[in-house]
Design a protein around this ligand. Structure first.
Ligand SMILES: Cc1cc2nc3c(=O)[nH]c(=O)nc-3n(C[C@H](O)[C@H](O)[C@H](O)COP(=O)(O)O)c2cc1C
Length: 324
């Protein structure tokens, strides 16, 4: 399948693995890229730019295919040293960067001067248009369904994607709720030129996370995620667990007076506990509603091959068949 996205990133299939904290290590990025998609290392999971440089080098040892790095611009006071992270990305020979969070505008000149293709992940048409204006090569349009931060507008992909198609000139991928060949064909029909998946890629053989995490996703239904931190305007979709129940109880008690300090125990330092140690009730970790469509733990190659075969079958038989 050839789209502007496969052309832009030099990949065989229009499938991207979104950056994921404590999941997007070299093992997963390399497996996705070897399977013909675009694997992505999560930049800030590496605590220093030097560690990111090492992770990039490790990934180069595992694949000769293109892979990217995610740079999430956090709404924090203690800002990570982004210019140094970008230097590590450039020196590591990376040609694709997925940005997310705040606008990447300040860093676009450095990224573009190094010939890097930038795909910005955003949750609204206005942010997608801003990304286009500041020179991003593509956007990843993250609908309300998504795991992680869906923004505050709550527009699902069935509306958001065709709205993006109406306004954007640069290509975009559909993100949030994508799991299989049906998702890909639907995304293409709505105007996207590929898809980005987060949660689906956690439940793969190569994802370097504790097996408890993969099993929790397989077990979860589409009803098992919750939205937290709404009153802080930092909404996150997470899987429900004992820590999240406690967090939501605090949210109910504090109402609009909630401060981030009130829920630190449930949101700070949780990822290593969950992803590495498999402590499933430690607190809040991102997960999409798409968990309801995830029933197994295939290899990345099995998953991507299956998606492409199903998409091919859907387009060439089922949809074409409807016309006869
Ligand atoms: C466990 C987890 C961690 C994530 N961490 C990040 C992150 O650090 N930066 C980022 O830009 N997106 C992050 N995301 C969002 C994904 O890149 C992707 O946009 C999202 O998962 C898409 O929705 P889906 O889960 O329905 O596929 C994370 C998602 C999950 C599930």
């Amino acid at each position: 399948m050839k789209t502007r996205i496969t052309e832009l990133f030099g990949i065989r299939h229009p499938i991207i693995q979104g950056g994921m904290h404590y999941v997007g290590f070299a093992e997963l990025a390399a497996a996705v890229s070897n399977a013909g998609g675009l694997g992505i290392i999560t930049g800030l999971t590496q605590k220093t730019p030097e560690l990111l440089a090492r992770e990039i080098a490790r990934c180069h040892e595992m694949t000769d295919q293109p892979f990217g790095v995610n740079l999430t611009f956090l709404p924090t006071f203690a800002s990570p040293p982004y210019p140094e992270y970008i230097a590590a990305i450039i020196e590591g020979g990376i040609k694709s960067v997925e940005t997310a969070g705040r606008s990447p505008e300040a860093y676009m000149p450095a990224l573009k001067a190094a010939g890097i293709k930038v795909i910005h992940k955003c949750t609204s048409v206005r942010h997608a248009l801003k990304a286009e204006r500041i020179g991003c090569d593509a956007v990843s349009v993250d609908g309300f369904e998504c795991g992680g931060h869906p923004g505050e507008d709550d527009v699902p992909n069935m509306i958001l994607l065709p709205r993006a198609a109406e306004e954007l000139k640069i290509p975009f991928v559909a993100s949030g709720g994508m799991a299989d060949g049906r998702s890909l064909v639907a995304a293409l029909a709505l105007g996207a030129e590929g898809m980005n998946m987060g949660t689906r890629f956690i439940a793969t053989k190569e994802a370097p996370v504790h097996d408890n995490v993969k099993q929790a996703i397989v077990k979860a239904s589409e009803l098992d995620t919750r939205l937290i931190m709404r009153s802080l305007r930092n909404t996150e979709r997470v899987i429900n667990n004992a820590g999240v129940e406690r967090l939501m109880q605090i949210e109910r008690e504090k109402g609009d007076a909630l401060k981030i300090e009130d829920i630190m125990e449930q949101v700070a330092g949780i990822y290593p506990k969950v992803m590495t140690e498999g402590d499933m009730d430690a607190g809040a970790w991102s997960c999409g509603m798409v968990a309801g469509l995830i029933h197994d733990v295939p290899s990345c190659a099995e998953l991507i091959d299956r998606i492409m075969a199903q998409a091919h079958e859907l387009i060439s038989r089922r949809l074409t068949g409807l016309l006869q």
